[in-house]
Design a binder for this molecule. Structure first.
Ligand SMILES: [Zn+2]
Ligand SMILES: [Zn+2]
Length: 123
């Protein structure tokens, strides 16, 4: 974790539930709009990472439909120190901690990631 670089620290965070988007305005002035669906799909907690790994390995398509889909609705959000944000989803899941420096690397805007945001990979 490096210092207080403006590009990896939010000035303002707005969660627009109806649009399904979290907008981060970074201290360097750059805005990033993260789809809540993308955030949940990339939940960096150990349980979700393990589930994604099993989905990749699992070749039985019927097995994939037995798990209820996760919620993409945010119930709450809180800062973790000054380096990360943690969400609580409507289905009660809330273990994922999203570091700001990784979120910034995953900015979905065309200038930052013309081919779409890369997967959120916690180090
Ligand atoms: Zn998770
Ligand atoms: Zn960007």
């Amino acid at each position: 974790m490096t210092g207080m670089a403006a590009e990896t620290h939010p000035k303002d965070i707005t969660i627009d539930r109806s649009a399904g988007v979290m907008r981060v305005l970074w201290q360097d002035g750059h805005p990033s709009d993260y789809a809540l669906r993308w955030l949940r799909a990339n939940c960096p907690c150990a349980t979700c990472r393990e589930e994604r790994r099993e989905l990749v390995l699992n070749t039985d398509p019927l097995a994939l439909s037995t798990t209820p889909p996760p919620s993409f609705e945010i119930a709450g959000a809180e800062f973790v120190g000054n380096y990360a944000i943690r969400f609580t989803w409507q289905d009660g899941h809330g273990a994922g901690i999203y570091a700001f420096n990784i979120l910034r690397q995953c900015c979905p805007c065309a200038a930052c990631n013309p081919d779409g945001p890369p997967p959120f990979v916690a180090d």
